[in-house]
Write a protein that binds this ligand. Structure first.
Ligand code: XLS
Ligand code: NI
Ligand code: NI
Length: 437
């Protein structure tokens, strides 16, 4: 009997439902600006927090007892896969994502790791074809094992770099064979704890070399999906090299990879970087590197990565306004870091976190749709930049005038522009007034 057998498939029951185990907003077939809500969101359950973690924190060990927790054997890994796919199916989410280490029996050597991964790949392939649940992305855990304490690609020891290459080749190929739509690199410990013992330039060069090797291999095996880097400013290291979207873009340009690699943006990593999530999203589209979303929230005061499910739609509305305007996430989706709290020992807490996170996202999309349909915000913004659409504005932007030409022109025209209101209050009111149920 399944651990989830008391919970039926989660259905859409509408805003008046009082059932904790039902969607109030997420009606996956509802059409939003010509596309189904489910197709905008491409919801993805994350294996690690939901099926591999035990509830521990820095002051104590795990508190969640699950039939599949403990030292992981091959049987347990298989039981974990049964439970995970059962959960995905009952929740009705179309995708999942995982790290190699989340899904396999503990391995002592690289060949054993690769062998264990192959066994699970076979189980996953069967489950994918039975359930229709698809793989959004796979990734390698290059940060938990003690060998990676000083990083993987940025490790001072090239043997660790080589071991990481062994892990990444295996999981990239598994991701490819399982039909994965993206491959993620979260630079877990690619950073430093103190600059005193760190050769920053060498580490960044090695990280660039590693990424180039991954991209070369992806082409060699014919993997079509993008490689995604997940920016994070710090934690567990004092400084992570993939600090934020702009830092990642500069790194990609330096290594000639800006057309090859995109970003997986996590809401709370933006918060930790002292940036708004919508800033990261907007910057990624502006640079042409939008990939996927790791959709969670932090705690505004704790200052670390709590990876909780999103519960505030208004916070997410500006980002969704941009995503809808840009035509969506393409190969990306929304993966949940719906990490339960240490006291959340009840298995049903997992459902509440996901259902509420999904409804929150749906609400943000519907609110953004309402803003777009109202047209007011777009009209105000177009009027704000209208000067650049005039022949004068186009001449400046077109790049033909020198600084001296323009300076002379400003005098000749007798320019004396006056300040106009930025109307921030009105823009903010449009977001607030368009919040849906
Ligand atoms: C941790 C990261 C991790 C990645 C995948 O901060 O967010 O969960 O998403 O390695
Ligand atoms: Ni993440
Ligand atoms: Ni995170």
């Amino acid at each position: 009997m399944s651990i989830f057998s008391e919970v039926g498939p989660i259905k859409y029951e509408g805003p008046d439902s009082t059932n904790d185990f039902a969607y109030k907003v997420y009606d996956k077939d509802r059409v939003v600006l010509g596309k189904k809500l489910g197709d905008w969101l491409r919801l993805t359950v994350a294996y690690w927090h939901s099926f591999a973690a035990g509830g521990g924190d820095m002051f104590g060990p795990g508190t969640w007892t699950r039939p599949w927790s403990g030292n992981v054997t091959q049987e347990m890994a298989a039981a974990r896969a049964d439970a995970a796919f059962d959960f995905f199916t009952r929740l009705g989410t179309p995708y999942f994502a995982f790290h190699d280490a989340d899904v396999i029996a503990d391995a002592a050597t690289l060949p054993e790791h690769i062998d264990n991964l192959k066994k699970i790949e076979d189980i996953f392939a069967k489950k994918i074809s039975e359930t229709g649940v698809k793989l959004l992305w796979g990734t390698a855990n290059l940060f938990s094992h003690p060998r990676y304490a000083a990083g993987a690609a940025t490790n001072p020891n090239p043997e660790v770099f080589a071991y990481a290459a062994g892990q990444v080749r295996a999981i990239l190929e598994t991701t490819h064979r399982l039909g994965g739509e993206n491959y993620v690199m979260w630079g877990g410990r690619e950073g430093y704890d103190t600059l005193l013992n760190t050769d920053l330039k060498a580490e960044l060069d090695h990280m660039g070399r590693f990424l180039n090797m991954v991209v070369e291999h992806k082409h060699k095996i014919g993997f079509k999906g993008p490689i995604l880097i997940e920016p994070k400013p710090f934690e567990p290291t004092k400084h992570q090299y993939d600090h934020d979207v702009a830092a990642v873009y500069a790194f990609l340009q330096k290594h000639g990879l800006e057309k090859e690699v995109k970003v997986n943006i996590e809401v709370n990593h933006a918060t930790l970087a002292n940036l708004d999530f919508e800033h990261e999203v907007t910057a990624a589209y502006a640079f042409g590197i939008m990939g996927s979303l790791d959709i969670n929230r932090g705690d505004p005061r704790s200052g670390w990565d709590t990876d909780q499910f999103p519960n505030n739609a208004q916070d997410l509305t500006p980002a969704w306004l941009e995503i809808l305007n840009q035509g969506g996430l393409h190969t990306g989706g929304c993966n949940f870091d719906a990490k339960l709290r240490r006291q959340s020992v009840d298995i049903n807490d997992l459902y509440i976190a996901h259902i509420t996170g999904i409804d929150t996202l749906a609400r943000a999309v519907l609110s953004a749709e309402s803003v777009i349909k109202q047209k007011k915000l777009a009209t105000l913004k177009a009027a704000r930049y209208a000067g650049w659409e005039t022949p004068f504005g186009k001449e400046i932007a077109g790049g033909k005038l020198t600084l001296a030409d323009l300076a002379d022109l400003a005098v000749k025209k007798g320019l004396n522009p006056k300040a106009v209101s930025g109307q921030q209050e009105l823009y903010e009111s449009i977001i607030a007034q368009n919040q849906k149920v």
